[in-house]
Design a protein around this ligand. Sequence first.
Ligand SMILES: [Mg+2]
Length: 138
Amino acid sequence: MAPGCANLGPGLGRPTANHGDDMAKDLRELRDALRQFAADRDWDQYHSPKNLAAALVVEAAELLEHFKWMPDGQSRILGEEKKQVVAHEMADVLLYLVQLSDKLGIDLLASARDKMRVNADKYPVKPARSTSGKYTEL
Ligand SMILES: [Mg+2]
């Protein structure tokens, strides 16, 4: 299989038209809502790419905090209350990521698909299967 043509599974290698269109539409709606949210509050002045990247990392840390010292097994079976707060932290990360991509003019879905192709080339199934080693160690 040629590089960049890896079979990544349903919806990843080459998304179906409907799935890709719906997700792109949803992200555009989210981007527009975030633009309006910031404009209504005159917050755009604070939303430099650097500040948005920093805020994203802070939110990622808030997400991680909910798993701090939690046994691995417990992290796989969150209760409903914990799942809700984790979902909100994940949303915070996504919202900053969407804003950052908007500011930098980056198509998030295209970038994600491209990176999955890069990852598939770095981690071919056979040598990467059942190992957590870095691609340089395969
Ligand atoms: Mg948060």
